[in-house]
Ligand binder design. Structure first.
Ligand SMILES: [Zn+2]
Length: 181
């Protein structure tokens, strides 16, 4: 298995809540998903590392450094989207432009997430500005499965099995990635 050590980065934390809409705070949603993904990865022979384990303010360079020191095979940054225009919704996944494996991972993850969530497919996006894509020495992806600011996406988020099903989809994508690498 080429991609076995997975660094999970729950976006934001502590003083930085990320997107806030009503009772929903992105930092909490990201952490909940990260914790579930961590457990599922452990149970499926992957080797996960959780970069933020509680409601902590952890800077981006510290997150990247932790993953680099641990020699992660893949860095997965978990976020949820937001927009002033409350009708904006859908699923998107980012990778660094020159990372072939990052792009392959993003593509597989995006396929699984759009099939699961049935929110509009906003596609995979190449981005050289996000710190955690730019400064990670290993392939990296940044996920934005849904918009916290959109009512329809919120309804999907509130489904009881949201976190477990998204985690399962991510593992399916990782399994596929390991087959093609
Ligand atoms: Zn975010």
């Amino acid at each position: 298995m080429k991609i076995k050590k997975i660094a999970i980065d729950p976006g934001h934390g502590g003083r930085d809540p990320g997107v806030v809409s009503g009772n929903h705070r992105e930092k909490d949603i990201n952490l909940k998903l990260a914790a579930e993904l961590f457990t599922q990865l452990l149970n499926t022979n992957y080797d996960p590392l959780l970069l933020r384990e509680g409601d902590l303010n952890l800077n981006l360079s510290c997150r990247v450094q932790k993953a680099a020191d641990w020699e992660a095979d893949l860095f997965i940054s978990l976020h949820h989207n937001g927009h002033n225009n409350k009708s904006a919704r859908g699923t998107e996944t980012y990778h660094f432009p020159s990372s072939k494996i990052g792009q392959q991972a993003a593509k597989l993850i995006q396929q699984e997430l759009t099939a699961l969530l049935s929110s509009p497919d906003r596609g995979i996006k190449s981005n050289d500005r996000f710190y955690v894509l730019r400064h990670t020495p290993m392939p990296a992806v940044l996920l934005e499965p849904l918009f916290v600011t959109n009512k329809l996406d919120q309804n999907i988020l509130l489904r009881e099995n949201y976190y477990s099903r998204v985690s399962l989809s991510l593992i399916k994508a990782l399994n596929q990635l390991n087959v093609i690498l």
